[in-house]
Design a protein around this ligand. Sequence first.
Ligand SMILES: NC(=O)c1ccc[n+]([C@@H]2O[C@H](COP(=O)([O-])OP(=O)(O)OC[C@H]3O[C@@H](n4cnc5c(N)ncnc54)[C@H](OP(=O)(O)O)[C@@H]3O)[C@@H](O)[C@H]2O)c1
Length: 321
Amino acid sequence: MKQRIAIIGHGTVGKALYAQLQNLPNIEVVKVAVKHPAKHRELSRNILTDDVNSILDRVDIQVILEAIDDTDAAFAYAKKTLSEGKTYITASKKMVAASISALHEMEARFGGRLLYEAAVGGAIPVLRTLREHLAGEEIIRIRGIVNGTCNYILTRMGEDDLPFAKALAEAQQRGFAESDPTSDIDGWDSYYKSIILARAAFGDKPEISKVKWHGIREVGLADVHAAAKVNEKIKLVADIKHTNQRVSIDIRPTLLGSADPLYHIDRELNGIIIEGRYAGQLLLQGSGAGGNATASAMVGDLYNAPKAPQSIVRKLLLSVN
Ligand SMILES: NC(=O)c1ccc[n+]([C@@H]2O[C@H](COP(=O)([O-])OP(=O)(O)OC[C@H]3O[C@@H](n4cnc5c(N)ncnc54)[C@H](OP(=O)(O)O)[C@@H]3O)[C@@H](O)[C@H]2O)c1
């Protein structure tokens, strides 16, 4: 029998997700919820809805995949899904970063699952690597380029002498930057991802003692040229360290020499170095954003979520007691 699922959002990520799921024989997308159905005439009326709650109330849909740009709504949908012991798979990094503890508490209380690999590093399986492959490892530090938009802008400034504004316009034209790129270029996006990484690496409620962040707005062509003269590059690097039981997060434009593995991560790529006490340094790199890369991580979460419909199991257990 096919697994019946629903998607909330049919934008850059949602569309790619819908297309990828059409290729999977054991999955049936029963509903797609959006805000403005009139924009989405390519979807059949049976599938399309703007009534998210009607989807969340359905017992036959135990897994919801969400990629929307409304943080408050995403939080409300996540809470409702988890409170019914169902599985919620999301790409909404801001929502996850803001509410990560509350959502995991609901997960533990009601037996649902919350998965958000897509929220950090696009297709790069960094959260699962931390939680599963490095489960027993003592993580010391995570350092990475986690924002593809900034990396694209800085790379293009260096490659073709493009001023910041032109490089940004090019990133927007090529679909790497949103029409409002503030969250990317001012470092907020890297901050949300750092919070999520810190939790995956350093425990459920890491004590974050110091947070500093700067975006790339102030970086000019003269800075990029000066770096190139000494064979260095400027990149927006997030540095998350664990020392003396405390976690610090420092995000800033950083000068990197060619011996640094992050020096070679260019354009829209992301690169994340995980440093473990015994494992040493591991570098994960790949496509950090974009519809297909992000949707790929969500499909991975779908396959890694427990197959048993949690709420039905819970209801059975309750009826036995
Ligand atoms: N784009 C990326 O590369 C990327 C990468 C990683 C994570 N993300 C995250 O993924 C999420 C989606 O990003 P996106 O780029 O796909 O955004 P997008 O292209 O702007 O699409 C947003 C979608 O959300 C729908 N929507 C908004 N509010 C809604 C609500 N209250 N209920 C139901 N649907 C609602 C919109 O419906 P209408 O179409 O009807 O307006 C639209 O289909 C964001 O949280 C983003 O941070 C994106």
